[in-house]
Write a protein of this length. Structure first.
Length: 266
């Protein structure tokens, strides 16, 4: 409105000076100066109109963005996939986050596993579903029932171990993440399995075996070993027969065909 008012005033001055020029009351140069002022005022009107149009477009765009933001805010909900405990906040209130970025870290107590390391030589006897006992460092006198949930297919070449994940059958009311635990895995019983005392198993030339007593002489017998029990026995898959006599302990270093005699009974 201000630009149009200036233009109207400038056009009125041009008309008045032209009338005065016809009576030679003012010079032609004065008329031209007033016409120049009118032209400048008209340009100001056009600039103001362009600015107004741009401002209206910006306002419409801002309204659309505001409406879209309001719609997003109205539909923005973070829903936990399970009843869980918040253990970490990955984003601060008011910060901008990208799609897929973690905001909260949750832990469902019933989904916790104990990661146990089992020697590769014994890992072959471990299978999913086997019973296990779990003793937490914070509760050394309590045993919690567990079962093998997963046996990782990739072993550790450095420690020669495999990772076995053991889950709680009924997790305790309170658990601490990264707490140390002791796990005892109980393989399924093998009916009629042949076993020898673990103390009798020796490694000779990198081969596991036992010293048999045959005709009063010691003879090294390679065997294929299986699971080892907590009460001191090792399963034998091949290499021995029932009734074979093996040497559990000897005060002297044994050699092949050495004469031996059992002390204190067979």
């Amino acid at each position: 409105r201000e630009a149009r008012s200036r233009e109207e005033l400038a056009l009125a001055n041009v008309a008045r000076y032209r009338a005065l020029a016809r009576t030679n009351f003012v010079s032609t140069e004065a008329v031209q100066a007033r016409q120049s002022e009118a032209n400048v005022a008209h340009a100001g009107v056009e600039a103001a109109a362009a600015g107004l149009a741009a401002a209206l477009r910006d306002a419409e765009r801002a309204q659309r963005e505001e409406a879209a933001a309001a719609k997003q805010l109205a539909s923005l909900r973070l829903v936990s996939p399970a009843d869980a405990v918040v253990v970490a906040r990955e984003a601060e209130p008011g910060s901008a986050v990208a799609a897929g970025q973690a905001v909260l870290r949750l832990v469902a107590p019933e989904s916790l596993w104990v990661r146990a390391r089992v020697d590769q030589a014994r890992a072959g006897a471990v299978a999913v579903g086997q019973r296990a006992d779990i003793v937490l460092r914070s509760r050394p006198h309590e045993r919690f029932a567990g079962r093998v949930a997963r046996v990782e297919i990739v072993g550790d070449a450095v420690t020669e171990e495999r990772i076995v994940d053991v889950e709680f059958v009924a997790p305790p009311a309170t658990l601490a993440l990264r707490e140390l635990a002791e796990v005892t895995i109980r393989p399924a019983p093998v009916p009629g399995a042949l076993a020898v005392p673990t103390a009798a198993v020796r490694i000779v030339g990198g081969v596991p075996g036992v010293w048999r007593i045959a005709d009063g002489r010691a003879r090294f017998q390679p065997i294929a070993v299986g699971a080892r029990t907590l009460d001191g026995f090792t399963e034998v898959h091949a290499g021995l027969a029932r009734g074979d006599a093996v040497i559990v302990h000897s005060n002297a270093q044994l050699t092949a065909e050495q004469r031996v005699r059992a002390r204190g009974g067979a």
